[in-house]
Design a protein around this ligand. Structure first.
Ligand code: 4AD
Ligand code: MG
Length: 442
């Protein structure tokens, strides 16, 4: 009878049995009369071992000659082995090569990040990207589950759009049968009408920004989770944001412990991420940033000094974020530095009912959200003040003309959250095929 084909992860349950595994060679080595292969499949790693006495001469020679990433079918006996991953190794009996691997470019020596990104299609097989993509997958699933459990309706927004949502300076323009069209910067404008139909909606998809800034926090194509809710207030928006982040972190800690171990993530720093999160108004944050010790901190990072009234820069976010062991929610920024659609604070018209959630450990803004202007005249005025083309927003104004209600929501940058949870320095590591100002390949 043929031996059962198993994923590597399941080997520990089959000690003593003969099994077949299918995968790739990550290492081969020989020590005198014993040859070793470290094998990898989608589920994990294991070591296969044979001595000259166990196999024929050709197999023994082949074990030694196989290149990194050659694909193989291997049959052998599962043996308990304390020192091996999962506590087992495979006593190799037969070895069938499916595909040789010539001069595989990513060798065990250190490579620069640009080299690895040029070979992203191959690098994805390696341990660190493997772990990061699984954490990303878990976070995406957690987002969908969270939204589903809370009765949010998934509402896909379009990618090709006639108008800007988040400012005209980062629009990607394409030719749409002779008319300009823009790749979506956010699904928000399309979710607001959907919220009027379903009360609680969300979209989760790719968004695009022609970011000219080369920073570790910016991609030109990134994914955003965007909930939108009717009859909510700013406190409700903040509560939804902290519950979502708490849910995501708990889920990854629970289900992706192995991946976090591969990434050498200090999980103690994630265990504290439990709501409620600290909240600061922009004005309170500004008061902290102008303290001499913080002015000095910004200067040491070569960052421009913070001026009250301005938007927070990356260094300012880092300084504030590092003061807390969980995400920090900064609310009520000056309307002048925020998007056209944000509702002004009724207590102070030059402040917007908005919130940015800043991750700890220097990962910056992971969520941006607000209440939306629901008064038609004010919204029209803001569209004009921001120099936006009124015609392209006619439909958006209809939402205020026909049964307007208070509503709000936010956008969570998926890659910012994945980078923070994985402890990855740069966003380009946490999206399968990163797109930045300098990269459109592979
Ligand atoms: O703060 P932003 O610009 O908000 C919006 O787009 C709203 N329309 C969302 C809404 O209310 N429905 O972007 C939201 C989040 C940011 O907090 C950040 O995490 C992420 O998207 N983000 C980026 N991530 C990677 N690369 C970029 N270039 C990003 N720009 C924003
Ligand atoms: Mg923002």
């Amino acid at each position: 009878m043929a031996s059962p084909i198993l994923p590597i992860r399941e080997l520990p349950g089959h000690v003593g049995a003969e099994v077949t595994i299918r995968g790739w060679v990550t290492k081969s080595r020989r020590k005198g009369k014993i040859a070793f292969l470290v094998l990898r499949d989608g589920s994990g790693l294991c070591q296969a071992v044979a001595s000259v006495r166990d196999v024929d001469e050709a197999t023994f020679a082949l074990m030694d000659a196989l290149e990194q990433e050659a694909s193989v079918r291997v049959t052998g006996i599962v043996r308990a082995d304390e020192r091996s991953p999962g506590g087992v190794e495979l006593g190799l009996r037969t070895l069938e090569v499916v595909g040789r691997s010539g001069d595989y470019p990513i060798t065990p020596k250190e490579h620069g990040i640009e080299f690895l990104l040029d070979h992203r299609h191959l690098h994805l097989r390696h341990r660190r990207p493997w772990a990061i993509m699984r954490v990303r997958h878990e976070i995406e699933q957690a987002c969908r589950d969270f939204m589903y459990e809370r009765d949010f309706v998934l509402f896909d927004s379009p990618i090709l759009t006639p108008a800007a949502c988040e400012g005209t300076s980062t629009l990607f323009e394409t030719d749409y049968f002779g008319e300009p069209a823009y790749l979506s910067q956010s699904g928000q404008l399309y979710l607001e009408p959907a919220a009027m139909a379903h009360d609680r909606v969300y979209c989760f998809g790719p968004t695009f920004r022609a970011e000219k800034s080369k920073t570790r926090r910016h991609l030109t194509e990134f994914w955003m989770l965007e909930p939108e809710v009717t009859w909510i207030d700013l406190d409700g928006v903040m509560q939804l944001a902290e519950e979502l982040l708490g849910y995501i972190v708990a889920r990854v800690l629970d289900r992706r412990a192995e991946e976090l171990r591969v990434l050498e993530r200090d999980t103690a720093r994630l265990e504290s991420v439990v709501p409620p999160f600290p909240r600061l108004s922009y004005d309170e944050a500004a008061e902290i940033l102008v303290r001499p010790e913080n002015v000095e901190k910004a200067r040491r990072q070569n960052a421009p000094p913070f001026t009250p009234g301005d938007d927070l820069g990356a260094a300012d976010e880092t300084i504030l974020g590092e003061m807390h062991d969980r995400p920090l929610m900064i609310h009520r920024y000056p309307t002048a530095v925020k998007a056209f659609y944000m509702e002004p604070d009724p207590e102070r018209a030059d402040r917007a009912l908005c919130v940015d959630v800043i991750a700890p450990e220097g990962y910056g803004e992971i969520i941006g959200g607000s209440m939306r202007i629901h008064d038609p005249e004010l919204l029209e005025q803001r569209i004009r003040e921001h120099g936006l083309p009124a015609e392209a927003f006619r439909w958006y104004l209809d939402i205020r003309r026909f049964g307007t209600v208070p509503h709000g929501g936010f956008g969570m940058g998926l890659e910012r959250v994945v980078a923070w949870i994985c402890g990855a320095h740069h966003l380009r590591e946490v999206i399968p095929y990163p797109r930045t100002i300098q990269r459109l390949y592979p």
